[in-house]
Design a protein around this ligand. Structure first.
Ligand code: ZN
Length: 136
């Protein structure tokens, strides 16, 4: 069985290392939605050695901090589901009270049409902020 996260292409990668990669998700309703994807095909966090899972969380928190710095969202949603693709990946989603699904999860029922303020160079801003936070 092929795994779409093991065999991915057309990803907008902001940063990567041997452990994982950070991608910017192409979702018109959620600019700044990032995903941290483990490079190895592993199902659960507790399948990883403690030091590795801690390293992964540090990277996830750096992405969260970068998104907060660049977008100043009302809330961050952190989610790891993997029911459809059982390959460890974390969603880091900036949420705004006026976004399409708030206060529901982004996978829930839409509440309204979102009005997205323009944010030119967002990918570059996030890349720079992620690198700053990873260096701390
Ligand atoms: Zn995989």
């Amino acid at each position: 069985m092929t795994c779409e996260l093991c065999n991915s292409s057309n990803e907008s990668v902001l940063w990567g290392n041997p452990l994982c990669r950070i991608i910017l998700v192409d979702d018109k309703d959620y600019p700044g939605f990032c995903r941290v994807i483990l490079n190895q095909h592993v199902k659960e966090m507790t399948d990883l050695p403690v030091s590795t899972r801690n390293e992964l969380m540090e990277i996830i928190f750096a992405v969260e901090a970068a998104i907060r710095q660049v977008l100043n969202p009302d809330k961050i949603n952190l989610a790891s589901l993997g029911n459809v693709v059982p390959h460890l990946h974390w969603h880091i989603i900036p949420r705004f009270r006026h976004d399409r699904h708030f206060p529901n999860p982004v996978w829930g029922s839409p509440q309204r049409e979102a009005v997205i303020p323009p944010n030119t160079g967002l990918a570059e801003k996030l890349r720079t902020a992620v690198q700053q936070h990873l260096a701390l």
